[in-house]
Design a protein around this ligand. Structure first.
Ligand code: TRP
Length: 457
């Protein structure tokens, strides 16, 4: 057994941990990716399957990752090495580190867009984007301009690097203790406004009405990827955060709380975007620009709209920052712990390399034609990268993590780890069943369907 060695930093309190893990989970995945993938996948059917994945697979895998992390007290690669010495399992951690890099490279592009819109709000320029046409044109101008897209991506990566290098996550997390509840309130206000727009009911129908025949392998795959992405699962981010979680804390309760709030915020985003899309005569399948084009038309319909806009983009940028921090932290923790790199060197090198890899995604919304919509596999490059890393790599990662906990490490030691600080767990048998059988079989079945039907994208 690994001794309770507290050489690692620990979260001082349960609230501290929940905030950090929720900070990782809540981000652009909820506000940007959930609405746009739901919009492309037909709405209600996607939302239903998404919710099923969150409950049946997201929560069990989240607890599995936290248990691996807390039991091993290590980064993803070291965690597998500690729990399964001399095996090839650490490669699963390695896949996670690579996946994190791939996600960070497109995530920071979109996070850069929030900075661009924040600037536009502060300058008051957002006021001119009240109509869908004006808003679409402005998106093209701001994001489609290669220089500003690259600059904003660079700026966001730099912010992330500076935080991770300085190890000042604590400060950010303390700040988000009141900033994220504020974000939540703001989203509620925006949702109320959107839902009461004339013509909004069609958006509600789109979001919640489903037909069984719309549940295709493609929809199941996209929803699976989105559930993992939104909860920061499948690449070891939660293994890393679990390694900072004190043994005295109630792991299952913390994990379930994180999943609950993450899902609530995604649904709130849907309650803003779709009513507003239909009320303004837009299309729900507009792609990665959807949220950015729709939001200004909502601010336009609010008193003090500019103020709401500034608050929204500032809080969204902070939510995105607490997510990019968790992505970079996994890679840096690996380089520092396993390769003996200096923290500062690791942060800057990974950030720099990530910027290079981010270039094609940054240029994908209006730059070179082969990177734009209809380019590779009929997709823009950013969406392609989001699908490859966000859907496929995370699904394979989650599958392997379930196989590891279910069949190699064993659900018994995992449950023992979860009981520390939690006492008796009445749901332990159900959790074990889900991790051993349901989750790996369900993910494998969806992947197999995709391969057979060749509906890869
Ligand atoms: N979950 C975050 C979001 O919804 C993104 C994210 C952060 C993430 N860390 C991750 C996704 C690790 C997958 C894996 O915005």
């Amino acid at each position: 057994m690994i001794p309770e060695d507290l050489r690692r930093g620990n979260f001082g309190s349960k609230v501290g941990f929940i905030l950090a893990a929720a900070g990782s989970a809540i981000g652009l995945g909820n506000i940007w990716r959930f609405p746009y993938t739901a919009g492309e996948s037909g709405g209600g059917a996607f939302v239903l399957v998404y919710l099923l994945w969150v409950v049946l697979l997201g929560v069990p895998v989240l607890l599995a990752e936290l248990a691996i992390g807390r039991a091993s007290q290590r980064n993803p690669v070291g965690a597998f090495r500690a729990l399964a010495p001399g095996s090839w399992w650490p490669a699963v951690g390695g896949l996670g580190v690579l996946t994190g890099f791939g996600i960070l490279a497109f995530y920071s592009v979109v996070a850069g867009w929030t900075l661009g819109y924040l600037a536009k709000s502060i300058s008051g320029g957002i006021r001119e984007l009240g109509t869908p046409e004006a808003s679409r044109a402005a998106f093209g101008q701001l994001i489609g301009d290669p220089l500003s897209a690259l600059f904003l991506t660079f700026l966001f990566l730099l912010l992330t690097v500076l935080v991770v290098r300085g190890g000042v996550q604590g400060g950010i997390e303390r700040a988000s203790k009141f900033l994220m509840p504020l974000f939540f309130l703001l989203l509620v206000v925006l949702a109320v406004r959107a839902v009461t727009l004339p013509g909004a009911s069609e958006g509600l129908r789109f979001l919640f009405h489903f037909e069984w025949e719309k549940i295709t392998p493609r929809v199941a795959m996209t929803a699976l990827g989105q559930a993992l992405f939104s909860l920061s699962l499948g690449m070891g981010a939660m293994i890393t955060y679990g390694s900072y979680l004190p043994r005295s804390e109630n792991l299952p309760f913390s994990g379930a709380s994180v999943a609950f709030f993450d899902t609530l915020i995604a649904l709130l985003a849907g309650l803003i975007i779709f009513p507003a899309v239909f009320a303004t005569g837009g299309k729900p399948d507009a792609g990665p620009g959807l949220v950015f084009v729709v939001m200004p038309t909502v601010f336009d319909k609010l008193p003090l709209g500019v103020l709401f806009a500034v608050a929204f983009y500032a809080l969204l940028a902070i939510a995105a920052l607490t997510s990019t921090i968790s992505l970079l932290e996994v890679i840096v923790a690996y380089l520092v712990d396993e390769r003996g790199w200096d923290r500062s060197r690791a942060s800057f090198s990974v950030g720099g390399a990530c910027f290079v890899v981010a270039v094609p995604s940054a240029l994908s919304q209006g730059g070179a034609a082969w990177l734009s919509e209809g380019g590779l596999f009929g997709l823009d490059f950013l969406t392609l990268q989001s699908i490859l890393f966000g859907n496929y790599a995370l699904s394979i990662g989650a599958l392997l993590i379930c196989l590891f906990v279910g069949w190699r490490w064993g659900t018994a030691p995992a449950v023992e780890e979860m009981r520390r600080g939690a006492g008796e767990l009445r749901t332990a048998a159900l959790w074990s069943f889900l991790v051993r059988y349901f989750c790996p079989l369900a993910v494998a079945a969806v992947l197999a369907f995709i391969v057979v039907t060749r509906q890869y994208f």
